[in-house]
Ligand binder design. Sequence first.
Ligand SMILES: [Zn+2]
Ligand SMILES: [Zn+2]
Ligand SMILES: [Zn+2]
Length: 113
Amino acid sequence: MDLKLLLSTQPGGAFEEKRKSQVKSYFCEKCSTGFTAKGSLKVHLRTVHEGLRPYGCGECNKQFGTRNNLMRHQRIVHLNQKPYFCGACKQYFVTLSSVNRHISRKHKESSVS
Ligand SMILES: [Zn+2]
Ligand SMILES: [Zn+2]
Ligand SMILES: [Zn+2]
């Protein structure tokens, strides 16, 4: 791999995007997507441009680009675990957005005490 590809940072250049406090210092030279961490750029290059999915599920041979995605898949599909939990009514949810929606619908407006 050409090292120059990974070092295409442009400190202080017009490329720099200052949003919130996160400065994106690493840019993909193929699609100009910015990343705050070098590791994220590497994962992006691998999964988006090289099509590599290094994390394979041993149970069903599905391939994932990141370890997090693989672990979430295994938890939900093979271990039947739902990682998000509403403490107020003891219900489990598969995704963060579903538990958030649940809480804002059921628990936020009518404050249960
Ligand atoms: Zn890219
Ligand atoms: Zn699987
Ligand atoms: Zn609840």
